[in-house]
Design a protein around this ligand. Structure first.
Ligand code: HEM
Length: 564
């Protein structure tokens, strides 16, 4: 037996070992102070140290293996308890964010946020905290939430300190959870790299490119109208489900020429089932970096969806070379549309394909479904929309995108729905640069702080919108009356600045055509027994909005315009 590296007297028990664990925990805290552990190496180190300790106690101190393992398990317990206590004390009394108000528990650890995110309650809780503590609050150990519209340019703007911000840790987590481990456009950390990458995407969403997608959008809208008509003749339909199928079908086809045929088959395709499970995992586990990064080592929906994307894209690239595919987003990202090669690597393109499906589907489909819900829930709104569409289009199908863009009430109902139910409801995290950020109200946000604006909160704030919880499309149509407020600067459903939604125009194409054609084709009502209160309480923010079915009855229009 060789001499022990560290001489410990274990003849009077193991107290010395536990004191050593506590001391190591304090040293570990010092090592990771100001930074949250980000990646599995941290966990690997811990597991390696534990295994080494068992081995050393067994071989160097002749403890039986079982006893050595039990002692090390207790040492690990002491280590964990000490580091948590040390972090709690530091974060409460010494941290640079200690002066910001907010719910105390949430300042101690991101673990505390997991149940809230699993339940999809983040925007609602954050709103209550803002009401209680003010406009700038601490919602995590090194995280602040801001509910002041004037702060949007300061945090997300293209110039000044905001341009030196990087994407917050949540974006890195979404990358760390994948095996490709490649950034997509949205998660690209620095604003300079993002701007370079966005140029490629800009071409795919130019007016010329959008024109190429029109036919595809229209044929998918028409298929929904046909299917909802057929299924609606048999009984109530869940309009949320139909819009979701439509959203994915369009994104598959417009994205890379590969629809999922979900509207046609009235079933959810396997990759989409995986995706829906995966995004919930991201939302909940994204609070704790190393937890998220562990997922990629286990079979889980995210890596299975990733594998599907990889195969689909490889096939798309092969087809592109034969010149078969045109008019899809990837014809631009792959450089086919301009007869050039792709400027991005294959892992980057895979990551972007995943982003396209995630960012472009549930966002628009939730908005379409909830717009139809709001129109049916609010007396007279649906009939008013029908009248507007009839007046413009008569017996012609309402699919001319230029004319749809000019219908005031149609656009107002979509915007009002986005205000009440923004599909990206929680804040978009930024990491502040070393010098920090100055907000317009004079608040200085220290460097290396995670900060975001609270979209849902600002949309539901009576200081920005009179009667903020009511569906009132008219607020978008005329100047506010005396004593009323309409602060359009607070409306940030599509994000803000250079990282704002690139798909906004495509989303509006889909939403306008779908809602107008729906109103033109059907008389509709919320199904008997449907409870709006229960439905609204069911809406959760699980990275995408998750909600109960919206059951409605539809019948062909009785008073539709007739040919002259
Ligand atoms: C009602 C519909 C939509 C809403 C409310 C919405 C909202 C948003 C928001 C808030 C962001 C900023 C996210 C961030 O900074 O992390 C964003 C980014 C993005 N959206 Fe949308 N979106 C919608 C539809 C679409 C559609 C249809 C597409 C695709 C065709 C799309 C593609 C993207 C992409 C690629 C980004 C990342 C942009 C970047 O980082 O530069 N979105 N969207």
């Amino acid at each position: 037996m060789s001499a022990p590296l560290l001489k410990l007297d274990l003849s009077h028990g193991h107290t010395g070992l536990y004191v050593l664990s506590a001391a190591l925990a304090l040293l570990s805290h010092l090592a990771v102070q100001l930074r949250e552990p980000r990646a599995p190496p941290f966990v690997h180190l811990f597991l390696f140290a534990a295994a080494a300790a068992v081995y050393a106690l067994h071989t160097q101190y002749a403890l039986p293996l079982g006893t050595a393992a039990a002692v090390v398990a207790r040492m690990a317990g002491v280590w964990v308890a000490t580091i948590f206590a040390s972090m709690a004390i530091y974060r409460t009394f010494f941290h640079r964010l200690r002066r910001f108000p907010g719910p105390r528990r949430f300042a101690l650890s991101k673990f505390v946020s997991i149940p809230m995110d699993l339940a999809g309650q983040r925007p609602y809780r954050v709103t209550r905290w803002h009401e209680q503590y003010g406009s700038v609050i601490r919602i995590g150990p090194r995280e602040l939430s801001v509910a002041d519209p004037a702060a949007l340019p300061a945090i997300y703007g293209a110039t000044g300190a905001s341009a030196r911000c990087t994407r917050g840790p949540w974006y890195a987590f979404t990358v760390e959870s994948t095996r490709t481990s490649s950034y997509n456009l949205q998660s690209t950390p620095t604003m300079t790299d993002h701007a370079a990458r966005r140029k490629v995407w800009d071409a795919a969403f130019s007016l010329k490119a959008l024109k190429g997608y029109e036919e595809n959008v229209i044929s998918n809208v028409e298929l929904v109208i046909e299917q909802v008509g057929a299924y609606g003749a048999k009984g109530p339909v869940d309009v949320g489900q139909w819009m979701s199928w439509f959203g994915f079908d369009v994104m598959g086809e417009v994205g890379f020429g590969r629809g999922f045929d979900m509207v046609k088959s009235a079933t959810t395709a396997k990759p989409i089932v995986l995706l829906e499970q995966g995004v919930k995992l991201i939302m909940a586990s994204g609070n704790v970096a190393w937890l998220m990064a562990m997922f990629k080592y286990l079979p889980n929906p995210i890596v299975l969806f990733e594998a599907w994307i990889r195969e689909t894209l490889e096939q798309r690239v092969r087809e592109g070379k034969t010149g078969v595919v045109e008019h899809d987003v990837f014809s631009w990202l792959l450089g086919e549309a301009k007869n050039q090669g792709a400027t991005q690597t294959m892992p980057e393109l895979n990551a972007d394909a995943g982003l396209l499906i995630v960012a472009g589907s549930d966002t628009s489909s939730n908005t379409m479904a909830i717009t139809i819900y709001e129109l049916l829930r609010n007396s007279g709104a649906y009939a008013r929309l029908q009248a507007e569409v009839d007046e413009e289009f008569g017996i012609e199908n309402a699919t001319d995108f230029t004319r749809l863009g000019k219908l005031p009430y149609l656009n107002a109902v979509i915007n009002e729905t986005l205000r009440l139910w923004p599909p990206v409801a929680s804040g978009l995290q930024r990491n502040t640069p070393p010098e920090g950020l100055l907000l317009p109200d004079g608040t200085h946000i220290p460097g290396n702080t995670v900060v975001s604006t609270a979209t849902y909160t600002m949309h539901r704030d009576a200081r920005n919108f009179t009667d903020p919880h009511a569906f009132k499309p008219d607020r978008w149509l005329s100047k506010p009356a005396a004593g009323e407020v309409f602060n359009q600067r607070a409306f940030s459903a599509f994000g803000y600045g250079p990282t704002g939604c690139i798909g906004k125009n495509l989303a509006f194409m889909e939403m306008r055509a779908m809602i107008a054609r729906f109103a033109q084709s059907f008389d509709a009502q919320l199904a008997p027994g449907f409870s709006p209160e229960r439905f609204e309480a069911s809406i959760k923010d699980c990275f995408v909005l998750v909600k109960d079915p919206i059951n409605i009855t539809v019948t062909p229009r009785r008073n539709a315009p007739k040919p002259q």
